[in-house]
Structures are given as C-alpha cells and as structure tokens.
Design a protein around this ligand. Sequence first.
Ligand SMILES: Cc1cc2nc3c(=O)[nH]c(=O)nc-3n(C[C@H](O)[C@H](O)[C@H](O)COP(=O)(O)O)c2cc1C
Length: 258
Amino acid sequence: MNQIIESLLSRKSVRAYEDRVIPEEVKELIIRSAMRAPTAGNQMLYSIVEAADPKAKEILAETCDNQPFIAKAPLVLLFLADYQRWYDYYIASGVPELCSKKGEKIKKPKEGDLFLACCDALIAAQTSVVAAEAMGIGACYIGDIMENYERHKELFDLPEYVFPIAMICFGYPTEQQKEREQPERYKQEYIVFKDKYKRLNKEEFDDMFKSTNDRLFGDGVHINGAENYGQHMYIKKFSSDFSKEMSRSVREILKNWK
Ligand SMILES: Cc1cc2nc3c(=O)[nH]c(=O)nc-3n(C[C@H](O)[C@H](O)[C@H](O)COP(=O)(O)O)c2cc1C
C-alpha cells in the first residue's frame, strides 16, 4: 500500500512517550511540513509557539484539564489562529491613513476572519501531525488549550487577535502505545452523505453506536447514572465542567473579535 495512505490509516493518538528528545532536524521537518499546508490567500493566518520551558508545560498540564502527560511530552506546539500579524501589517503599511483619506474607519478583524484563521491554524496543525507520524513520532491534540484563556494569554503573551485553537503533544510512542488498539470509527453511512445532509433517526443512532454501547453498557451497567452511551457522553463531555470552562474562555476571547 502507498506509504502515506498506510500511515494515515494506521495512526492513533499517542499519549505516552519514550524519554527521548526529538532531534532539532526532525522538529524542523515537522515545522517545515506544517508551513507547506494550504493557507487562505497564502497569508499564513497562524503562528506556532513551542512551549519549551518545562515550567510552562507543567502549567499547561494543569490548565488543560489536568492532563499530566502534557508535561512529559518532548515537544509541545501551540497552533494559534493569528490575525494580529496581518492587522499590525495593515497599520504599519499606512492603511489607517488610506482609510481616513476615503473617509472610512479601518476595519478590525471580525468573526469571519477568526474562522478563516482557525482553518489555517488547524490545517497546519494536522499537517504537522502527519509529518511527525511519517517519522515515527506520535501526537495528541489538546483541545483544552481553549480553556483558561486569561492564564494562557499571560503565559504566552497573546495579543488580542490571537486565538489558541489547538495544542499538540509530540513524542516517540512507548511500546505499550504502539501495541494499543486503534479506537474504532463510526460507519461511513452515518458520516458521509451524497448531495444532501441527512439527520439520523433513533434506529440509525442505535446502529451507529451499537458496538460502543454494547461494550460499555452491555449487562445493564450504569455509569454515573447514565444507562447508555448518549447519556454517558452528555455527562462526561458535553455538560462537563471542562466544557463549561471552554465555553466561558472562548466567550472571553471572542470579545476581542466582536
Ligand atoms: C480537537 C481535538 C481535541 C482533542 N483534545 C484532546 C485532549 O485534550 N486530550 C486527549 O487526550 N486527547 C485529545 N484529543 C484526541 C482524541 O481524543 C482522539 O483523536 C480520539 O479519541 C480518537 O482517537 P485516535 O486519534 O487515537 O484515533 C483531541 C483530538 C482533537 C481532534
């Protein structure tokens, strides 16, 4: 099989790493690959910050929903949706003067600009993951970087038009991680549609989640009051404290873009 496809089909998130440094030249290849990712208007509406300071990694392990493996990752990269650089460039290029000549006010970055910058940052992020995996390095996204905005803003000096959309931990996988089974995915028929979007009904949901539901709730098991996978995920993810903190934190960041 083609090596890229093989790598894509066999990948899984890696959360335990060998105590082994990622060589500079390998890190450089990961970053160079990320920077070749498609980018809206070739503007590179993102910045990448390496959290290299072990103290910063310790803080992130706590602020990102208490995930200790973050502090142990040999390489931690933040992918920031970034309109600050372009806005600063517009100012430096005399755009305010141009606007005032036309009797207009300079436009500030808005919600659409933020979403575009998020697309750029995430595409670069996933490209870095693919590059790392091609070189035998495992990776794991940390979505919780969107939480605790005030602390991350201070820690990394984030200006107002920079949104920390993703963080990725990288490292060589331990043997246990290499052997760990890939998590299953849902059937294509529930994810991929032709021509029109399709909302699923109860029977389709039952089929879609059957194997997960059977595995976790097979013999009338209850988990924290939940009797099926839907209830379980609602409690564990959707209405959890970390999800509420993420929404609070994102609301705080969005104030800059409104
Ligand atoms: C946006 C995003 C956020 C994620 N955040 C976390 C996280 O905070 N902690 C973690 O251990 N895994 C995180 N993951 C990894 C997912 O849990 C993982 O991709 C999913 O369980 C599927 O497993 P796989 O990647 O091994 O196929 C995240 C993945 C994505 C795409």
